[in-house]
Write a protein that binds this ligand. Structure first.
Ligand code: ATP
Ligand code: MG
Length: 579
């Protein structure tokens, strides 16, 4: 492709709102433009990257036995009502009405649509297993669309859905997807880590995420992995071993109210009362927001030396959104300022109280007394307050003990590029999708669903591979493998050499971009670094007089003078060495 025939609007400055380097670079290098919040246009270079990555995904999905389909972006609300997710999807679901006033959904995922497709038509166990996938646009009205393509309201996803006759067969299908995912990310030049994750709104039995580890703020997810064994989970799911169990009293002591003037934080209370934090119970007030925007107060209890995990909490609460209560709300619920909330004698008696497992094991704990500057000693569950529901509510952090061995957990930031869900029969049950097994009995399909961010992953690659000058694409998802930069295209012999190299490379099947603009050499070289093709061939007057051109890999500072004669072979050799 000739630069002057395509559209690569490079910019000197990134938009002020772009926080991530990858977002800045994709805009500056002319890959993407924003139409509105979370809605992006993919310009010619981005289009090529998307196509290249999609092709890798297709190859590996096909090799794993999945078949490609295209489902509609639009679905009638009834399809979503059937699974029950129309009610629980919350405000992330994009909805609209047709001219007759009927309700529609712009699909954010396709479990419902595909289940309705096979329901009643995929009838026999002999047709199983079946795995269908598509590469298609999704719509989600994200609360915080941000970071460019990382969290859009419209984005491209590869989504696959497997149907199996039983759990054993499903495990085989699941493993095939896991293996394909590792190959896909490796071919895209990315080291990925698979971690256990929460099943979230998708439901089902178990799930994994594929993460690209980054050390910038791009990582919206935290993952924890053991420095000894292969334990790895994201923070929403990770557990740890309790290394600091408190001594549990044998008898329940008398409840006692004590003044704790000015001591509102865990540190202040433990210092004032001279106790360990593991004897305290933290009382956290949240607003559980439903789909009509109503906020109900709830209380969560964790041991004083722990952090609450909001995702784990909401797995019990099942609110559309969970929001930490502000000062006024805390005061309204407890009658006390922040720092003195406790489960004993809450003003609102109806309030639901969720407690972490560790809290349930304690006796004679210290809690806030719902009065300024006051705490209770020796509060006990069952006697002084009731707990509505219990579960694992704590967050694992760096340095915690591995739940499986004597190793330590290491915490890294990551970008989730894909995930896999064991759905079980959640959708086939709710949507009544059954097949006849070998005994002629109607059984629900055992399903899996598998997503990859087709637009997020390339941006994750940019976040992972760049330098001050711009993007450094892994070669198999780069828009062009080679950029030919004639330093002065107006000069006859340079132009002729550039055109000839460009023609030879094109003929050899190498994706090549020729910067045929009448720009200054400096501008062109800067732009070449910015857009980030893996190999650059610069053609200048001096070296050309000796029949040579400059070959440089984008990921290295070394410049090689190469004879024009053997240039194609030399470039192919260089490309082979690159990731
Ligand atoms: P997240 O936790 O980041 O919101 P998710 O669990 O909602 O992701 P899935 O519904 O499983 O993600 O979607 C599959 C893949 O699609 C994700 O792994 C991610 O790569 C991509 N993806 C999800 N949401 C977005 C988005 N808003 N913009 C771009 N890509 C996305
Ligand atoms: Mg999401």
């Amino acid at each position: 492709m000739r630069w002057t025939q395509t559209y690569i609007p490079t910019l000197r400055e990134a938009p002020a709102e772009a926080e991530l380097i990858s977002h800045k670079l994709l805009v500056r290098a002319g890959y993407i433009r924003k139409l509105a919040s979370g809605i992006y246009l993919y310009l010619p270079l981005m289009q090529r990257v998307i196509q290249k990555f999609s092709q890798i995904v297709r190859d590996e999905m096909n090799a794993a036995g999945a078949v490609e389909v295209t489902m509609s972006a639009l679905a009638p609300a009834e399809v979503w009502q059937k699974s029950g997710r129309y009610e629980t999807a919350g405000r992330e679901q994009m909805r609209l009405k047709d001219r007759h006033g009927r309700d529609y959904v712009l699909n954010g995922t396709h479990e419902e649509v595909i289940t309705s497709l096979v329901s009643g038509e995929l009838k026999s166990y002999k047709q199983l297993p079946l795995n269908m996938y598509q590469i298609q646009i999704k719509f989600r009205d994200e609360i915080r669309p941000r970071f460019g393509l990382m969290r859009g309201r419209e984005f491209i996803m590869k989504d696959a859905y497997s149907f199996d006759a039983d759990v054993e067969s499903h495990r085989v299908s699941y493993q095939k997807m896991v293996d394909a995912y590792f190959k896909i990310f490796e071919r895209a030049g990315l080291d990925s880590r698979m971690v256990e994750s929460d099943t979230g709104a998708m439901g089902g039995e178990s799930a994994h995420e594929f993460m690209v580890i980054v050390d910038t703020s791009a990582g919206e997810e935290y993952l924890l992995f053991c420095d000894k064994c292969d334990y790895a989970a994201n923070r929403e799911k990770a557990t740890f071993r309790d290394e600091n169990p408190p001594i549990i009293d044998s008898e329940e002591k008398e409840l006692e109210k004590v003044p704790t003037p000015g001591a509102a934080t865990i540190e202040e209370v433990t210092a004032f009362l001279k106790v360990d934090a593991n004897r305290l119970v933290k009382t956290l007030i949240y607003k559980a927001i439903d789909d009509k925007d109503n906020a109900t107060p709830i209380v969560a209890l964790v041991r004083g030396d722990r952090e609450l995990n909001e995702v784990k909490l909401n797995n019990l609460v099942k609110a559309v959104e969970l929001e930490m209560a502000d000062e006024d709300f805390v005061c309204e619920v407890t009658g006390a300022p922040v720092g003195f909330a406790g489960p004993v004698g809450l003003k609102n008696k109806e309030i639901t109280i969720y407690a972490d497992h560790e809290v349930m094991a304690l006796k004679n704990v210290i809690v806030g007394a719902n009065e300024a500057d006051t705490h209770y000693l020796n509060a006990n569950i069952g006697r002084d307050f009731e707990v509505t529901e219990t579960g694992d509510l704590t967050t694992a952090s760096e340095g915690d003990a591995c739940p499986n061995c004597d190793g330590r957990l290491v915490c890294k930031k990551g970008i989730e590029v894909g995930n896999t869900f064991m759905l079980g029969t959640k959708y086939s049950d709710s949507m009544d999708a059954k097949f006849l097994n070998s005994n002629g009995k109607a059984m629900p399909f055992v399903m899996g669903s598998y997503g990859i961010g087709i637009t997020r992953t390339p941006q994750a690659a940019v976040e992972r591979y760049h330098d001050d000058g711009g993007i450094i694409w892994p070669k198999d998802i780069a828009p062009y493998s080679v950029e030919v930069v004639p330093l002065n295209y107006k000069q006859d012999n340079i132009r002729e050499a550039a055109d000839s190299i460009y023609a030879k490379l094109s003929e050899a099947g190498v994706d090549v971009l020729l910067d045929d603009r009448p720009e200054r050499a400096g501008v062109k070289l800067n732009d070449a670094d910015l857009i980030g093709c893996p190999v650059r061939i610069a053609i200048g007057a001096k070296s050309l007089d000796e029949g040579k051109v400059e070959l440089k890999a984008r990921n290295s500072s070394e410049v090689h003078l190469v004879a024009v004669e053997g240039i194609v072979a030399e470039i192919e050799k260089t490309l082979k060495t690159l990731k």
